[in-house]
Design a protein around this ligand. Structure first.
Ligand code: SF4
Length: 679
C-alpha cells in the first residue's frame, strides 16, 4: 500500500482553507485540515470535511464527446480539436467565452488570453452573478475592488456589521473568527431578511425586507451624522465628496427608513451608535448586498459608512466582501472579465492595451466585450459560438427557461467540465477536464491570498487540465504564446503582466500563500489595504451619494410573496460536486421553501408539505420548511436541478455592474394539498 499526504486547498468556498488530501494507492481516501494554516488553523466545515467524495465518481467525463443526431458519442482529442478549430475559424468574432471561478488562476488567465488574442473581449464568468458590484463599488470608492482586510484580522474588531451574508453557513471558517471576536466582547450587528444561523449570534438584528440595504445603511449614517459620531479628521484628510454625500442622507431618518425596510427606528439608532462608537468596526457582506438591480449602490453605501467613521486602513476595520467560489477573486484578478485585462487594467486604456499587445505579440480590441448575461441574450444573434469552461448557467443564471432557450439558438456550444452538467447536455462538444485534486495551480481566496493547489491523483480517462485544453486549441489554430509546459510556466507569465502578483513565485507560496499586492520578490504581501492612502488616482477615498431604489418586481395580489434565493451549508452552487458526496447529499437532497409560520398557516400548509412556487417566468415544486423569516418573504436554495430556484428569478440588471437581481422577485405559492413526487 502507498500512502501520501498532499497539501492543497479546499475547492468549495472563497475562504480558502488549507487541507491535506490522504491518498492511498492512487485514490483519495480522506482529508485532514492543515493545523497551522493561516486561514483555518486546523479546522474544516462539513463541506471541506467531505470535499473529496465526488472525485472518483463513476460518471466523471473521461473522453471528449461529440453530439450526432442528438446523442453524445465518444471521440478522440485529435478529432474534437479539429472540429472546434474549424468552427472558431467560421465564426470570427461572433464568439463568447465563459471562464470559471472554480478553475485555477492559470486556467482563467489562459482562457481570457485565448479569447483576446483570437480577437474578442467577450469573456466573463460567474463573478458577474455574485460580486460584480463589489468590483464596481469598492473600485470607485477605494480604487480596488477587493477585501480591504484579512480573515485573521476580523478577530481584532470591536464591532462587526454583517449585512447580506449568512457567514456561519456560507463561510464557516470566517464565522469562527467572528465568534472569536465576540468572545473578546466585540458587538455583532446583523442585517438580513432571515433570522439565519448568523443572525442568532447578533447583539443587534435588523430583519429588513429584501432589497432595502441602501435605505437601512443610509438610515444608520443619518443617525451618525445627526449625532456627530463621525470621524471628522479622517473625512477631512482622507476622503472627498463628503458634502455631496451628506446632503441626500438628511431625509433618511430612522422613522422614514423604518417604513421602507420594516425595522423599528430604535434598532437602527442602536446599530448606528454601536458601529460608530466602537474603536474598530468592520463591515462583512456577501450576495445579500450585491445581487440586486441596485447592487453597486449597496456596496457604495457600505463604503460610505466605513469612510464616514474612519473604519478603513486599520486592523479590525474595513469593508470585507466574502467571495463565494474558491477562486472568484483569482478569476477577476486574471482578467476573466470583458472590460479589463489581468490586474484590472482597462481594455479601453491605450497604454494598458499596448502593454498586453507587446506581451502577447498580437493586436487587441479596445472595446469592452459582453458580460455573461449579455452573451446569453445575444445567443444566435451576435454570439453564434459559446465556449464554456466549468460553468453551469442552466442552473446558476436567472430565468433559466430563458437561458435554455438562448443556448438552443447557438450554432455551436463547447462545454469543458468534469461532469456532464445540465449545461453540458446542450453542448455540441463536451471536453473532459481535471478536477482540482488532479492538477497543479493557484487559487486566490477572498482575502487576496494566492495559494498553491497540488496534484494528488491521476485524472480519469483522458481528462486534462483546463489550461492545457485551451492551449491545445490555441496551438491548433496557429496562435503563438501558448507553449506552456506546466501551470508554473503560466504563472510566471502572469507575474510579468500583473503588478499585484509580480513578487509572487511558486517557491515563495509555500504552505501559507501570499496576499496581493506583492510588487517584488522581497515584499511580504499585504494584509490590510489603504493604510496610508487609497488606490484611487488622488489617494483619497470617495463618498458617493446613493439613493434607495425599489427592486424591479414588487409584490401584488397575483404574486404576493418576495422570493430570495441562496445557499445552504451542505451544498455548493449548482450541486454538481456536493450532490455527488454521500455525506453532503445525505444531509439535504431536495429543494425546500422556507416560510414564515404565519404565512404558512394562512395558506393552510405545514412543515414538509409540498407546494408549487410560481413566478411570472416559471414554476417549481418544493417542500415547506418553517423558519424565522420576515412575513411575506420566502427563501429557496438554488442547488437543486430538479427544482431550480432560478426558473423563478428574473434578469433585471444593475446598470453599472450588470449583475441580475437574483435576490428579489415575486412569487405565489399554491398548496398542492396532496403529497406529490417531483423528482
Ligand atoms: Fe472549504 Fe469554505 Fe468550508 Fe473552508 S469554510 S472548509 S474553504 S467550504
Amino acid at each position: 500500500m502507498t500512502l501520501n499526504f498532499v497539501h492543497t486547498i479546499c475547492p468549495y468556498c472563497g475562504t480558502g482553507c488549507g487541507i491535506d488530501l490522504i491518498v492511498k494507492d492512487g485514490k483519495i481516501a480522506g482529508v485532514e485540515p492543515v493545523k497551522f494554516h493561516p486561514v483555518n488553523e486546523g479546522k474544516l466545515c462539513i463541506k471541506g470535511r467531505y470535499c473529496f467524495e465526488f472525485v472518483h465518481s463513476e460518471d466523471r467525463l473521461k473522453k471528449p464527446l461529440i453530439k450526432k443526431n442528438g446523442e453524445f458519442h465518444e471521440t478522440s482529442w485529435n478529432a474534437v480539436l479539429s472540429v472546434i478549430v474549424k468552427r472558431i475559424k467560421e465564426y470570427g468574432d461572433e464568439i463568447g467565452f465563459l471562464a470559471s471561478a472554480k478553475c485555477t488562476n492559470e486556467e482563467n488567465y489562459v482562457l481570457q488570453k485565448f479569447a483576446r488574442v483570437s480577437g474578442t473581449n467577450n469573456v466573463d464568468h460567474c463573478a458577474r452573478l455574485c460580486h460584480a458590484p463589489t468590483v464596481v463599488g469598492l473600485g470607485e470608492a477605494f480604487g480596488s475592488g477587493a477585501m480591504t482586510n484579512s480573515i485573521e484580522d476580523l478577530e481584532e474588531s470591536k464591532c462587526i456589521l454583517i449585512i447580506g451574508s449568512n457567514t456561519f453557513e456560507q463561510h464557516p471558517l470566517i464565522a469562527r473568527r467572528i465568534l472569536k471576536a465576540k468572545e473578546k466582547d466585540a458587538k455583532i450587528i446583523v442585517i438580513d431578511p432571515r433570522k439565519t444561523h448568523t443572525a442568532k449570534f447578533a447583539d443587534v438584528f435588523l430583519q429588513i425586507y429584501p432589497g432595502t440595504n441602501v435605505a437601512v445603511l443610509n438610515g444608520i449614517m443619518n443617525v451618525i451624522l445627526r449625532e456627530k459620531l463621525y470621524d471628522e479628521e479622517f473625512v477631512e484628510k482622507r476622503t472627498r465628496g463628503f458634502e455631496e454625500f451628506a446632503g441626500p442622507i438628511e431625509k433618511y431618518t430612522p422613522e422614514f427608513v423604518s417604513k421602507i425596510c420594516g425595522v423599528e427606528p430604535e434598532l437602527i439608532e442602536k446599530a448606528a451608535r454601536i458601529y460608530a462608537e466602537s474603536e474598530k468596526s468592520a463591515i462583512v457582506y456577501c450576495m445579500g448586498v450585491t445581487q440586486f438591480s441596485h447592487g453597486s449602490d449597496s456596496v457604495k453605501a457600505c463604503c460610505n459608512l466605513a469612510l464616514l467613521t474612519g473604519n478603513v486602513g486599520r486592523p479590525g476595520t474595513g469593508v470585507n466582501p466574502l467571495r463565494g467560489q474558491n477562486n472568484v477573486q483569482g478569476a477577476c484578478d486574471m482578467g476573466a472579465l470583458p472590460n479589463v485585462f489581468p490586474g484590472y487594467q482597462k481594455v479601453t486604456d491605450e497604454k494598458a492595451r499596448k502593454k498586453f499587445e507587446e506581451a502577447w505579440s498580437c493586436e487587441l480590441s479596445g472595446e469592452a466585450g459582453l458580460t455573461v448575461t449579455e452573451m446569453i441574450d445575444e445567443a444566435g444573434k451576435s454570439i453564434k459560438f459559446l465556449y464554456i469552461m466549468g460553468e453551469n448557467p442552466v442552473i446558476s443564471d436567472p430565468d433559466v427557461s430563458h437561458v435554455e432557450k438562448c443556448l438552443r439558438k447557438l450554432d455551436f456550444l463547447v462545454v469543458q467540465d468534469i461532469f456532464l452538467s445540465d449545461t453540458a447536455k446542450f453542448a455540441d462538444v463536451v471536453l473532459p477536464a481535471c478536477c482540482w485534486a488532479e492538477k497543479d495551480g493557484t487559487f486566490t481566496n477572498t482575502e487576496r491570498r494566492v495559494q498553491l493547489i497540488r496534484k494528488a491523483v491521476e485524472p480519469p480517462g483522458e481528462a486534462l487540465p483546463d489550461w492545457k485544453i485551451v492551449s491545445m486549441i490555441a496551438k491548433e489554430l496557429g496562435l503563438s504564446g501558448f507553449d506552456y509546459s506546466c501551470a508554473e510556466d503560466v504563472f510566471n507569465e502572469i507575474r510579468t503582466v500583473m503588478p499585484q502578483y509580480a513578487g509572487i513565485t511558486y517557491r515563495r507560496l509555500g504552505l501559507r500563500g501570499i496576499q496581493w499586492p506583492c510588487p517584488a520578490e522581497d515584499h511580504p504581501g499585504t494584509q490590510i489595504l489603504h493604510t496610508e492612502k487609497f488606490a484611487t488616482p488622488d489617494g483619497l477615498g470617495r463618498f458617493t451619494a446613493v439613493e434607495f431604489r425599489e427592486s424591479a418586481e414588487k409584490p401584488d395580489d397575483e404574486y404576493p410573496f418576495i422570493l430570495t434565493t441562496g445557499r445552504i451549508v451542505f451544498h455548493y452552487h449548482t450541486g454538481t460536486m456536493t450532490r455527488r458526496s454521500e455525506h453532503l447529499a445525505g444531509e439535504v437532497n431536495e429543494c425546500f421553501v422556507e416560510m414564515n409560520p404565519e404565512d404558512a398557516r394562512r395558506l393552510g400548509v405545514g412543515q414538509g408539505d409540498c407546494v408549487k412556487v410560481k413566478s411570472r417566468r416559471g414554476e417549481i415544486f418544493a417542500r415547506v420548511r418553517l423558519g424565522d423569516i420576515k412575513r411575506g418573504v420566502v427563501f429557496i436554495p438554488f442547488h437543486f436541478a430538479e427544482s431550480p430556484a432560478n426558473r423563478l428569478t428574473l434578469c433585471a440588471l444593475d446598470e453599472r455592474s450588470k449583475i441580475p437581481e437574483l435576490k428579489v422577485c415575486t412569487v405565489k405559492i399554491e398548496n398542492l394539498k396532496v403529497e406529490q413526487k417531483w423528482q
